[in-house]
Design a protein around this ligand. Structure first.
Ligand code: MPY
Length: 300
């Protein structure tokens, strides 16, 4: 019975359901700043900074994201922060950055986040300029798994780009910053800040959209991994026009299988875009990511 219980417990945790024992038996723990030793700053964003931190009693290492209430008010993003907390604390997946809890004082909101030991993906991409196909395929496969998990819970991320992806200590990807995520379907109009490069055609026109927006962004991400620049990178006037017509070219350096997957993701009609299941079964992904199968077939 001990083994059975632990197996049940494990399977329940791996399903990522938030109703495991921990949450059922104990109400969400209350945290406060004094519980943490604050370490070096890890990064800073528009509305706050993130620090390495350690919970004093347990020694648990995490990342403490500090958001300033007046900045959030000025930016009119209270709803987004609320949504980020609500959505991310209920998502438990190895490729989604965990939000363990949150607390606030008079001036600040604190998010207790999983520590991703290898930092921001976009800095790795900048340094390497572009990724070799085996690495890009592994990253696309991990993103497809993470998005499949989110979409099963009807969560659309809507802001998939290298700046919002962190790298764990073992090189695994962690989607973070659910500030723009929503429950599908939606047509939430919010002034888009930052790059337009990753926006799908249906969001440019403010039409109703579904989880399929994340597949378009996955195509833009895959292109940028392999080429080093985004496919529609252009002027503020030309980029939206090129996105709406899916006007892009793929350099000869990109393999035929990779080219095939990019063209199945960057499709203007959301309903005609490849599914996340089909992405994971695509020859370019299988070739680099399903090692066991290939080796075993080679052996036999
Ligand atoms: C407030 C900062 C911010 C604004 C907006 C969006 C996001 C998500 C990406 C974030 N970051 C965020 O929420 N973050 C949550 C996080 C997090 C950021 C993080 N790690 C790091 O930022 C990091 C940076 C550099 C690093 N090193 C760089 C040098 N190397 C030699 C060794 C490793 C190692 C870790 N772990 N959880």
């Amino acid at each position: 019975s001990l083994l059975r219980n632990s197996a049940v417990e494990l399977s329940r945790r791996s399903e990522g359901t938030a109703n495991d024992e921990q949450t059922q038996s104990q109400p969400q723990k209350q945290f406060h700043l004094g519980q943490f030793e604050i370490g070096r700053p890890l990064g800073k964003g528009k509305f706050g900074r993130v620090y390495l931190a350690r919970e004093r009693k347990s020694g648990f290492v995490c990342a403490l994201k500090v958001l300033y209430k007046n900045e959030i008010k000025k930016g009119g993003v209270e709803k987004q922060v609320q949504r980020e907390i609500e959505i991310q604390s209920n998502l438990r997946h190895p490729n989604v950055l965990r939000l363990y809890g949150h607390f606030h004082d008079s001036k600040r909101i604190f998010l207790i986040l999983e520590f991703a030991g290898k930092g921001e993906l976009y800095k790795h991409l900048q340094k390497e300029q572009r990724f070799p196909e085996w690495k890009a395929a592994s990253y696309v496969a991990q993103m497809a798994l993470a998005l499949q998990f989110c979409h099963k819970k009807h969560v659309i991320h809507r802001d998939i780009k290298p700046e919002n992806i962190l790298v764990g200590i073992h090189g695994e990807l962690k989607i973070s910053d659910f500030g723009w995520s929503v429950h599908a379907p939606s047509n939430r109009r919010k002034t888009m800040c930052g790059t337009l490069d990753y926006l799908p055609p249906e969001m440019i026109d403010g039409l109703w959209y579904s989880e399929k927006v994340d597949l378009w962004s996955l195509g833009v991400l895959m292109y940028e991994f392999l080429v080093g620049v985004a496919p529609f990178e252009d002027s503020m006037v030309l980029t939206p026009r090129r996105i709406k017509r899916a006007e892009y070219t793929i350099p000869k350096s990109v393999s035929t299988e990779a080219r095939d997957l990019i063209t199945k993701l960057l499709v203007v009609d959301p309903e005609k875009r490849i599914t996340l299941e089909a992405v994971q079964a695509h020859p370019w992904i299988v070739k680099y990511c399903v090692k066991g199968e290939r080796l075993s077939t080679e052996k036999s």
